[in-house]
Design a protein around this ligand. Sequence first.
Ligand code: ZN
Length: 302
Amino acid sequence: MKQNPTPPPLTGASLDRAAHLRDDPEALARMAGDPNARMVLFSQDQTLFRLTNTGLALEWLPLDTAPSEEPPIFLGLDGTEPRFVTRVEDAEAPDDCKFIDLRSALFSGDFSGDEAAIVAGAKAISGWHASHQHCARCGAKTSPAQGGWKRECPTCNGQHFPRTDPVVIMLVVKDERVAVAHNVNFPDTLYSLIAGFVEPGETIEEAVRRETLEELGIRCGRVDYLCSQPWPFPAGLMFGCIAEALDDEFTLEEAELSEACWLDRDALAAIFRDENEKISPPRAGSIAASLLKDWLDGKVGY
Ligand SMILES: [Zn+2]
């Protein structure tokens, strides 16, 4: 069948990245001084939100609100208005605002859509700066360049670019059933799709087959890529795939998984309706929930 996946949460951000302006110091200075420039703020790895009647909204602040050691990172243009992100050690939240862990905000279901997609990128890029202050070649302190899309080493001239870590996550299907598993680190009843990092020298399809064999003891035949999702905890890019299982019996990797089972569409639909006391579905905002719903609705499958 033709695969027709729904774009997952955290994708399709409306900001124009305007990458041509990153190498233009005059344009960056002009945009930083623009009265319409705004930034999203992170403190202690938490995002500043405004609490509204309808849920959570990003709080966009003027650039001079929270001074930081490094210049704000240029995210792009909202129409003609420049948007940035800044990360500080400690900041006080303004009235009606609160610093909240982004993952909790997504899982709560109170925060989604375009702003969630924008802040996912803002979290990943600002988090990279926070954890990559020193040169990986010589250890010297590095400085941001290109509006925050590069760091440069003044000692060895090393150039360092933001990293993204590829992860595969897969619908493993057989005879109109899908495999879900309970990871030992998950909350009580939560079941999800299996996932794992792509290793150096591996294709996405090879990673799907290896991870499925390692974690479930299941060999896969056909594998197809479906869609992807940035997952900034801290820098993942999830490659959503579907794989045709060749085996029925699970042999679990016990260090990672405590349970796994095959679900048909009726069973999965009941789980999404919260009618199964023993199994709860992947949480709002995750590509796992999005892929499982697509399989349930017949948008993807074999
Ligand atoms: Zn260096």
